[in-house]
Design a protein around this ligand. Structure first.
Ligand code: FAD
Ligand code: MG
Length: 320
């Protein structure tokens, strides 16, 4: 237990540090939460030979695969978001992700011709979903679904629902970039404090702290999984049109929303829109807020309805 009455439990799952904060000493509940995350990882992972998503990928160009309710539901959402006009989100980006291997052993800048050859295998229109039998069919051989941009959000919401079901009123789960909260911590009227990392800074270096209550906070940045070569930073959020990492003025996008799955979707969509278009888009979205961090050292908050921002690093310019 720490001074503020928090009991923290940690694990490494989905290649990410996982942190659970409770206000009771309840290792049994923590074990159940990690078990739930593990179960979900086993359904969605594409980093092992076997999972439900891998069976769809392995049957690409061959036959449809019947999957569980959870996998069909998440794929249906990912499919719909991928088909939005000008969407930067594409859940069939798998062949590109696997070719670059950013964040994994053997990462490299692929030859232009390799990328050009893979792009036709990343067409979300070529995914056939059949709700009648919950089957998914990738029409072309070599197609691969990758839910890396959305599954953590879905899982964070599942953990939140499980904790609610167990009668927990105040808790926080951090899946590494996806934070979901329940209620407000006791003795902290301003809510949970969630650090906004300084891009390319040390582990403890923060630009500031976001204060929220019962909200999800999701950050997507180019500084978590990347490598440098020839003075260029190659990161893991790809432009589905080019097959290269998205290249604009942004270093990170943070979305504050009720559901973490929405946070996960919108971080990618807003990343693709860029700061100006993203802010204009948010003006018509009453349910989400966002914080953009730019290469020219600005922190830009959309009209903050669901959070407060406390700046820490004065070297960055804060704008609303
Ligand atoms: P986001 O910005 O939310 O997502 C970026 C990720 O989405 C990329 O890594 C890529 O997978 C995918 N993506 C890239 N561009 C696009 C695009 N335009 N549209 C849609 N998707 C895109 N990491 C490990 O190191 N080892 C593991 O074993 C491992 N297992 C995992 C299992 C599961 C079930 C999940 C969900 C993740 C796992 N990860 C693992 C982490 C994973 O590889 C990604 O790095 C992580 O999900 C990225 O999340 P994010 O919030 O940092 O980034
Ligand atoms: Mg995301």
């Amino acid at each position: 237990m720490t001074n503020d009455g928090v009991y923290a439990y940690s694990a490494v799952l989905m290649g990410s540090p996982i942190l659970l904060k409770l206000f009771d000493d309840n290792p049994t509940l923590a074990r159940q939460v990690f078990q739930l995350i593990k179960q979900q990882e086993n359904l969605f992972t594409v980093n092992r030979a076997a999972s439900e998503v891998m069976s769809i990928n392995q049957a690409a160009g061959l036959h449809p695969v019947v999957v569980s309710d959870a996998v069909f539901a998440l794929i249906s959402v990912a499919h719909a978001v991928s088909l939005l006009p000008n969407s930067a989100f594409n859940f069939t980006i798998g062949p590109i992700v696997k070719r670059w291997k950013i964040g994994f052993q053997g990462r490299e800048v692929p030859a232009k011709t390799d990328i050009a050859a893979l792009l036709p295998r990343t067409d979300p229109h070529q995914v056939i979903l059949n709700p009648a039998d919950r089957s998914v069919f990738l029409q072309q051989q070599g197609m691969e679904i990758d839910l890396g941009a959305i599954a953590k959000g879905y899982i964070a919401d599942r953990v939140q629902a499980f904790l609610h079901q167990q009668g927990v009123q105040q808790a926080l789960i951090n899946l590494g970039g996806n934070v979901q909260t329940l209620g407000c911590p006791p003795h902290e009227a301003e809510g949970w404090g969630i650090g906004l990392k300084k891009p390319f800074g040390g582990d403890d270096e923060l630009l500031g702290v976001l204060r929220v209550q019962g909200k999800s906070v999701v950050t997507s940045g180019i500084y978590e999984r990347y490598f440098e070569l020839d003075g260029h930073c190659w990161h893991h959020i790809f432009d589905p049109k080019t097959g290269y990492p998205l290249d604009n003025e942004l270093l990170s996008v943070t979305v504050i929303s009720d559901r973490s799955i929405d946070g996960d979707i919108y971080t990618t969509l807003l990343y693709g829109m860029g700061m100006e278009n993203g802010l204009a888009y948010l003006a018509d979205q009453p349910d989400i807020d966002a914080v953009f961090v730019t290469r020219d050292r600005q922190i830009i908050c959309s009209a903050p309805r669901y959070f407060h921002f406390q700046q820490i690093d004065p070297a960055w310019q804060l704008r609303y």
